[in-house]
Design a binder for this molecule. Structure first.
Ligand SMILES: Cc1cc2nc3c(=O)[nH]c(=O)nc-3n(C[C@H](O)[C@H](O)[C@H](O)COP(=O)(O)OP(=O)(O)OC[C@H]3O[C@@H](n4cnc5c(N)ncnc54)[C@H](O)[C@@H]3O)c2cc1C
Length: 463
């Protein structure tokens, strides 16, 4: 099948306006959010339904064109864009037009969404529904990240300590496999052990096994009584022990984030925000508790009092704007780092009990392997998840990435806590997955995608 025949076939399926071939229009889709990963694609195709997606997959398959599923393109490991100099021509399949938002089912506490719905659109839809229900996963890319991309990367975010990650929210999934066939489990059954969990396999598969078209989501009670606190402490170890106690004594704990003095100072410089507390602290813990009424706020305040924190070390907010201001110190780290340059972004986890030791060794490893670079760290302290950002080494220089990932693996951690493997980390997968693990992954990949056309080069290292 020639390129012009493919373009003609795709236009027949999705209409002229939804097949982009002009390089100027294709380019923004072919470069990722970090600007570290980019490649070239023949075209972008934008199906608007499950059936259209199936037809697009068949047409690309017939033409021998590799397919890159893409949602909001906010992924941070290069999985949503084509490779630089791939072996076969690529088509980016943008799923953002799969944006149906069905009615909230209040009794079952579920709803079905199209894979291209953004997290923010879902949040607005739930607010407007007046059902008192909410979605459990939240993350800073909410305005652009899609539910399909979030499921494909098994995104985590701020609330994992309370609700788990995306996989835990997907009651069912509908997807198109590389052979154009559909699998669907949208009945919304909480108990359904009839055989292998095929849709579940797609959670965290990063667009390599199938294209998610719709998701049946679990909802949680909307908790409007919220209290947020930013606490200055001396070190990571103090944060970890405080959070361990909170998890024991405060069932309403929903988020526990850690940031550091150097990163926070950069955020203030970049955003113009004032320093949050009367004096600086080496480490800051941002926590949020949420409940139906104000009791949770009282419990948190009592807890903080019982711990005996020094005067002036804590800022507490209960109303929207005040809480958002405290969250900004954490959420605006990402854009601040982007301003500094192209960051090497590593998203790693260790058991929380090892986090303090990990942080100390990490700083040393970065000092040795990327001298003169800027290291900005932040993380989800309750999950032992640290986001490591190193600005300085050139985009092609992986020395510091290698050293950090090896340190993480030595400490029994994961080289990808929540962002996935993408193209960025395939060569390190063996550090945390055995040969037989990787063999099984390849067997699954070959069974579902024998021609290897669905997001090749993502997740799995060359066989
Ligand atoms: C500012 C910022 C904050 C972030 N915070 C967090 C965070 O707290 N926690 C976290 O886990 N992640 C976070 N991320 C990264 C995170 O992976 C993404 O935001 C989100 O999960 C990706 O959604 P997306 O629609 O942009 O997917 P994309 O970037 O478009 O794609 C990501 C991967 O999923 C695949 N994919 C996309 N859509 C589909 C589909 N429908 N079917 C099959 N495969 C698909 C792609 O091929 C690619 O491999 C953040 C990113 C940014 C920019």
């Amino acid at each position: 099948v020639t390129r012009s025949k493919l373009v003609k076939d795709l236009i027949e399926i999705v209409g002229q306006a939804n097949v982009l071939t002009d390089p100027e229009l294709v380019r923004p889709y072919a470069i990722d959010w970090t600007k570290r990963w980019s490649g070239s694609a023949e075209l972008v195709v934008r199906p608007a339904s499950t059936d259209q997606t199936a037809e697009v997959v068949l047409a690309c398959g017939e033409a021998g064109v590799a397919m890159i599923p893409q949602g909001g393109n906010t992924g941070l490991v290069g999985g949503s864009v084509p490779p630089n100099g791939g072996e076969v021509p690529n088509a980016i399949i943008s799923l953002t037009r799969l944006n149906s938002l069905e009615q909230v089912d209040q009794v079952d506490r579920q709803l079905t969404v199209g894979a291209g719905v953004t997290l923010e659109a879902l949040q607005d839809h739930l607010t407007q529904s007046g059902t008192g229900l909410a979605f459990a996963v939240d993350l800073a890319a909410r305005g652009t990240a899609t539910l399909g991309g979030m499921l494909a990367t098994n995104a985590g975010g701020h609330h994992v300590i309370r609700y788990g990650s995306m996989r835990n929210q997907a009651v069912g999934v509908e997807a198109i496999l590389p052979n154009g066939k559909e699998i669907s489990r949208l009945e919304g059954l909480l108990k359904d052990n009839a055989g292998y969990d095929l849709p579940g396999l797609l959670a965290g598969s990063e667009g390599t096994l199938g294209i998610v078209t719709r998701i049946r989501l679990r909802l949680v009670p909307r908790l409007d009584a919220r209290v947020t606190a930013l606490i200055g402490v001396d070190a990571t170890a103090t944060c970890v022990s405080l959070v361990a106690r909170m998890r024991q004594e405060l069932p309403s704990l929903e988020a526990a984030e850690i940031v550091y003095e150097d990163g926070l100072n950069l955020v203030c410089m970049h955003t113009g925000l004032p320093l949050p507390l009367p004096r600086s602290w080496p480490t800051y813990l941002l926590i949020e508790c949420a409940g139906i009424d104000g009791r949770e706020a009282g419990q948190l305040l009592e807890f903080l009092e019982s711990v005996g924190l020094p005067d002036g070390s804590t800022a507490v907010a209960m109303e929207g704007p005040g809480r958002q201001r405290l969250w900004a110190y954490r959420e605006r780290h990402t854009e601040t780092v982007n301003r500094l340059g192209v960051a090497h972004k590593l998203d790693v986890s260790v058991r929380p009990s090892l986090l303090a030791e990990f942080e100390a060794q990490l700083r040393e490893v970065v000092r040795v392997h990327a001298p003169g670079s800027t290291l900005v760290l932040w993380g989800h302290v309750g999950d032992g998840n640290m986001h490591v950002n190193v600005v300085g080494p050139g985009p092609g220089d992986d020395t510091v990435d290698d050293a950090v990932l090896r340190l993480t693996a030595r400490m029994g951690g994961s080289i990808s806590a929540e962002h996935g493997i993408g193209r960025a980390k395939t060569r390190w997968l063996h550090l945390v997955r055995s040969e037989s693990d990787i063999d099984v992954m390849w067997a699954l990949k070959r069974a579902l995608d024998p021609a290897g056309l669905l997001n090749p080069g993502v997740v799995l290292p060359p066989a």
